[in-house]
Design a protein around this ligand. Structure first.
Ligand SMILES: [Zn+2]
Length: 480
């Protein structure tokens, strides 16, 4: 099934003619293909492609009359910024945030279309970054283009004159280095050029994408992100000869430690997740709503069965991660030779924390799980970032919700927490509430979550066609 093209009957409230939407959509798809063809991989080797991407985006913004700035705190690593002016009567700016870097991709991993070819085929734009997150970059550039066109149509200069109808400024920010912590992108800008990001609120990656649960179409709007802790654990045993096995072989101890650490913990429902579950339940049939109740219940087997019955395994895995602190052991080193018992092993674990869990709580939890192995383990905290939350009510959140409802009357917008972190963790230092809202309406069977960092990453051409007017309406309404 393919989504219908926009017509006067199904497009949202904004007052542009259909031909203008189609022209903007055509620009957007071509621009996205070009941007995917710039392999802005992070970590860069050597640096350069991120700067190329920043310059390409800047050239696009310049082509419709803006005066963007490329910031390059480290050679070859560029972020790009631009501003549209409102008349100043509406308060602080609105921020369209994105990142331009992508994770690596190897064509030999089985890509149908080359990851850096930007092919448009079978209704999709294919390639690394199509989902994370050059598709949203293209939507945001598309909104800037349409707003700039408003100024030009009135004989004004979009780089300097107030845009007709806008009372707030609109900031465009597309940063480098998000995929590696963001310290040479958004983190640097927050510390050194905060005026480029300071806003009343903004939108960023990952939420606002339709997901099917129990046959209904939901649009989770990301209002929170889990915290992130990384620990390195050194496990000490005793060296020895492989011919005479010993219980204190560090590899054997570490394997048991991994098993204990990786066992899922008890669920804990945070206020955002409570609201998500309640609002999803309210939109489902009573029997489905009862299943949803079991998801958050104490019985792990019932919870699992309910998840399986309600939604695709991909979304089930996401939900499971969102109701508990998670621990994923991702690196394991031990051993020097097949006949030498290792006296030392190293484990690295990726921990994602719920709001309300402190870094101290996590250290304590690790010691509890390690139990009698704890004396043999030395814990080193490698990274720590606290969870981030934006209000799930108020003007901007209500507007996001209304924009979804206007564009998809059968869709149900709901608040959600992301299991991962984004550049929002840097913006929180400026007090900028950010919402994960990159509006896309997907086909019911699309497993969008799997496309993040995955093989055959791609975004639907029709999904983008649906999303542009939604983002345009949000921007012009919040700033109008
Ligand atoms: Zn991303």
């Amino acid at each position: 099934m393919s989504l219908p093209a926009l017509t006067p009957a199904n497009r949202p409230s904004s007052a542009l003619p259909v031909a203008a939407w189609e022209a903007a959509h055509g620009h957007l798809v071509a621009f996205l293909g070009d941007l995917i063809r710039i392999p802005s991989i992070n970590p860069p080797d050597p640096p350069g492609p991120e700067l190329d991407a920043a310059r390409y985006i800047a050239a696009e913004l310049r082509s419709f009359g803006l005066e963007p700035e490329v910031v390059e705190p480290v050679p070859g690593r560029g972020s790009v910024f631009a501003r549209l002016h409102g008349d100043g009567s509406g308060g602080d700016p609105f921020l369209l945030l994105s990142h331009l870097d992508v994770v690596p991709a190897d064509r030999d991993d089985g890509w149908t279309h080359g990851p850096f070819e930007g092919d448009v085929a079978d209704g999709y734009v294919w390639g690394r970054g199509a989902v994370d997150m050059k598709g949203m970059v293209a939507l945001e550039v598309g909104v800037m283009r349409l707003l700039a066109a408003r100024a030009r149509a009135a004989g004004l200069d979009p780089a300097h004159d107030p845009i007709p109808g806008l009372r707030r400024d609109v900031l465009f920010a597309c940063t480098a280095d998000e995929e590696n912590g963001g310290w040479q992108g958004a983190g640097w800008v927050v510390d050194n050029r905060p005026e480029l990001l300071r806003a009343a609120g903004g939108v960023n990656e990952a939420g606002g994408v339709s997901a099917e649960i129990g046959g209904r179409r939901f649009y989770p709007i990301q209002v929170a992100e889990k915290g992130h802790e990384v620990f390195r654990i050194r496990v000490r045993g005793a060296w020895g000869h492989g011919s005479m096995p010993r219980d204190d072989n560090a590899l054997v101890l570490a394997a048991e430690a991994v098993r204990r650490l990786a066992t899922p913990g008890e669920p804990r429902i945070t206020p955002v997740m409570r609201r998500l579950l309640d609002e999803v339940a309210a939109a489902l049939r009573p029997d489905q709503a009862a299943l949803l109740g079991a998801v958050a219940g104490d019985d792990p087997r019932r919870s699992e069965a309910a998840l399986r019955a309600l939604c695709d395994p991909v979304y089930a895995r996401t939900l499971r991660a969102l109701v508990r602190d998670t621990i994923s052991p991702d690196v394991f080193h031990a051993g020097t030779k097949y006949n030498v018992i290792p006296g030392e092993a190293t484990i690295e674990i990726d921990i994602r924390t719920l709001p309300g869990t402190t870094p101290d709580d996590i250290r304590e939890e690790l010691l509890v799980r390690l139990g009698d192995l704890a004396p043999a383990c030395e814990l080193e905290r490698v990274h720590s970032a606290i969870p981030v939350e934006a209000p799930a009510d108020g003007e901007l959140y209500d507007l996001l919700r209304a924009a979804i409802r206007a564009a998809d009357p059968d869709g149900v917008p709901v608040p959600v927490m992301a299991p991962f972190a984004t550049d929002a963790k840097h913006l929180v230092r400026l007090g900028v509430p950010l919402y994960g809202f990159s509006p896309l309406r997907l086909e019911p069977d699309e497993r969008f979550v799997e496309r993040f960092h995955g093989v055959d990453e791609r975004v639907g051409v029709d999904a983008l066609r649906w999303g542009l007017p939604v983002l345009y309406d949000v921007t012009s309404t919040f700033c109008g």
